[in-house]
Design a protein around this ligand. Sequence first.
Ligand code: PMP
Length: 360
Amino acid sequence: MDNVYNFCAGPAMVPADVLKKAQQELINWNGLGTSVMEVSHRGKEFIAVAKQSEQDLRDLLSIPDNYHVLFCHGGARAQFAAVPMNLLGVADSADYMDGGYWAHSAAQEAAKYCQPNVVDITCDRDGKKAILPAAEWPLSDNAAFVHFCPNETIDGLEIRDLPVTDKPIVADLSSTILSRPIDVSKYGVIYAGAQKNIGPAGLTIVIVRDDLLGKAQSILPSILDYSVQVDKESMFNTPPTFAWYLAGEVFKWLKELGGVKVMEQRNVAKANVLYDYIDQSDFYRNEVHADNRSLMNVPFQLKKPELDGLFLEQADAAGLKALKGHRAVGGMRASIYNAMPLEGVQALVDFMKKFEHENA
Ligand code: PMP
């Protein structure tokens, strides 16, 4: 099949140009006669990859100098534990803003280490699911930090506000990092699993403000300790080198295309094509209010759910892959991260039109 578009929420599409370059370099990387995954992480060739990828990420997100960039293992879920264990210090509470499945999961993990103040920030707006304005989020006085998840991958819901607080803000950016500009200086810690907008699973990016180091609980495993990882330049143990290399190639690709501002324009254009079509149709619907619709993950339901199976089967046969919604919510979901071209979204909309025409 010529044009296959992969709408998986993660592991997700990697830019085709990056995959082609990796394929060319696989057997003989840098003229070494071996692949990048077979060389020491401490050798000068890999150290050059590590340094360049960090610099490129710093450039892309304009990361200030008082922030450390860590390339870790363990996915975002490891950070669900690492965040409280690194940041609580002597406090025994933190604010967890609950806007959906992943923010809720982070709060559940935090409950092992403290008493999280879990606040449901969802609301109904004009019969659609939305998020309360940040100024209305009830924060507590004794919280060590405020955690939230700006893009809920499963619910398809995006929060563009920041918590109104002088406490460190901690954000799970797994499914939105690099999709648009952010002001890193407003955050204490940012973390993101790589497998959506960065590269292969196995790598997790952590961006941590310098003054937040040194508060870790002594029982914290060293591998999750931000101070240890800063000190060892993310090489306390063997890092996921291939994923790191590929992430570096994705960063180069993003810079060549013009960076996160250009990505935002592309992502808005892509999302509009899909939401506009869904909104004018009586056959499909999306439950999220326009104020909080995700640019990255677009869940949608058929008004005749008995046709879900047929829709997925025919979409798959047409090269439109992995459109099944998460098991927690059902229906469909199109994840349209940076690597998804506009043509992929257009192909999906063309298919949806045809399916509607045949089955309405
Ligand atoms: N947070 C968000 C927003 C996610 O989308 C996911 C994965 N889908 C996770 C956390 C969990 O990530 P991981 O599997 O890397 O632990």
